[in-house]
Design a protein around this ligand. Structure first.
Ligand SMILES: Nc1ncnc2c1ncn2[C@@H]1O[C@H](COP(=O)(O)OP(=O)(O)OP(=O)(O)O)[C@@H](O)[C@H]1O
Length: 319
């Protein structure tokens, strides 16, 4: 079987606590992402989503475990991975435009100044920043505008992997919708792979091929990989009429409201080291019809799976 584009193997993050018990944020988190997939991760605040993303970006290290992208272990940052952080992380002394050209120049050292400017303007216009705003420094922009610069900067370097940490959180509903549409347009016309943190279940269903669900911390883990098999192109006004939409939505909401906590209280192997566990693949859209097809995303035929995590009649677990 072809290797996945991104492999996360038995990732654990612990923070030492002098004089007390170490804080284990998450333990033995394992999942795969295929090339070109759009994967969202959802979980309650503090379960470790941003930490996982920082490890994928090469900006933080796990206590144990490994991340492999395109067959190479991730050991530091790279222009192959573009990151949009919750807090923008712009260079404060540079204008919005120069924040974008900086990355484009690093990515394409052979390009002329004109090529770099043209390319950077294209992405700034895409996020609605033109007409003079592009010459302002981050401190002269609103939170939403700063976030848009950060999005333009990440998209403009056209990385193989886009890592997005609640990228639309600071945006008003209209801009959010426009940039979500642009993200889908850019992603679907490329071979880019996207890993995105969001707290918004509707946004995740609209955008993702799969949604990873994390249990609450400490000792958080990725419990399920929920397949969003709603056909594309998707449209936010029409998606709610898809027969699977509310089954998926209810499954996600129920996980966040009830099961994320209940599962966190069940430590799987209390009397020994935990084995790496890949999340169960779940297809809630097929729950009434019975089983899903079992093909495709993230599954490894023959591999041990965790026991079903919810009653079988409420969902279809791929065996
Ligand atoms: N330097 C640190 N020392 C100790 N604990 C830390 C440190 N950095 C993060 N943590 C803890 O790690 C846990 C995970 O943090 P993280 O930001 O990854 O969570 P998250 O799921 O992204 O949360 P949110 O949804 O609120 O952004 C939190 O409990 C946090 O307090």
């Amino acid at each position: 079987m072809k290797n996945p584009f991104l492999e996360i193997d038995a990732l654990t993050k612990r923070y030492p606590s002098p004089g007390g018990e170490d804080l284990t944020v998450f333990e033995d988190v394992s999942f795969d992402i295929n090339k070109g997939e759009f994967v969202c991760i959802i979980g309650h605040s503090g379960c470790g989503k941003s930490t996982i993303m920082n490890v994928l970006a090469g900006l933080d290290t796990a206590t144990s475990g490994a991340v492999t992208m395109d067959g190479k272990e991730v050991v530091g940052p790279s222009l192959d991975r573009g990151v949009v952080f919750q807090n923008y992380s712009l260079l404060p002394w540079r204008s919005a435009l120069k924040n974008v050209t900086f990355g484009v120049r690093a990515r394409h050292p052979d390009w002329s100044k004109e090529q770099i400017l043209e390319h950077s303007y294209k992405y700034l216009e895409m996020v609605g920043l033109s007409g003079g705003a592009e010459h302002r420094k981050p401190s002269q922009l609103s939170g939403g505008m700063r976030q848009r610069v950060s999005i333009a900067r990440a998209f403009a370097i056209q990385p193989k992997l886009l890592l997005l940490d609640e990228p639309f959180g600071a945006l008003d509903a209209l801009t959010r919708g426009t940039i979500q549409d642009e993200l889908i347009r850019i992603w679907s016309g490329s071979e880019q792979t996207v890993f995105m943190i969001t707290h918004d279940v509707d946004e995740a269903i609209l955008l993702a091929d799969r949604i990873l669900l994390m249990t609450n911390g400490p000792y958080a883990r990725v419990a399920e990989s929920v397949v969003i098999d709603i056909p594309r192109p998707r449209n936010r006004a029409e998606i709610i009429h898809d027969p699977g939409y509310y089954k998926i939505r209810n499954h996600l909401v129920e996980f966040l409201a009830l099961r994320s906590k209940a599962l966190a209280e069940e430590r799987p192997d209390d009397d020994g080291p935990m084995k790496p566990r890949r999340p169960a693949t779940v297809r809630p859209a097929h729950s009434a019809e019975g089983e899903g097809s079992g093909e495709g995303l993230g599954e490894r035929p023959g591999e041990d799976r965790p026991a079903p995590l919810v009653e079988p009649e409420r969902m279809s677990l791929v065996q």
